[in-house]
Design a protein around this ligand. Structure first.
Ligand SMILES: [Zn+2]
Length: 107
């Protein structure tokens, strides 16, 4: 976009012209830039939530995928890690049971 006062080319969403300092638009660009960072924090808390409640994590991931990509990613990642952990635990128990079974059959 271009400055309304001096016509210099400036970044889309810039609140002020870097050339002459004139405020641009009605502050829409400022809100578009600042709001998602506050709203979509991508906090590790969502990952922890997803880890302890994988179903909630997956639902949040699906719901937020478009609106809050960072938070959705964290929630989905937490859920994924949780699922992988439970898989590993299941495989470990299975492997242990199998090895015990093999050991007893050898006696
Ligand atoms: Zn300007």
């Amino acid at each position: 976009m271009y400055c309304k006062r001096c016509g210099a080319q400036i970044d889309n969403g810039s609140a002020f012209c870097p050339n002459c300092g004139a405020p641009q638009g009605d502050g829409q660009g400022y809100y578009q830039q600042s709001r998602p960072s506050n709203y979509d924090s991508g906090s590790i808390g969502w990952g922890i939530l997803g880890f302890f409640f994988p179903m909630v994590g997956f639902i949040l991931w699906l719901v937020w995928m478009n609106d809050r990509p960072l938070s959705a990613k964290m929630a989905g990642l937490g859920a994924l890690v949780s699922v992988i952990f439970s898989e590993i635990r299941f495989i470990a128990i299975f492997a242990f049971a199998f090895s015990v079974g093999t050991a007893t059959s050898m006696i």
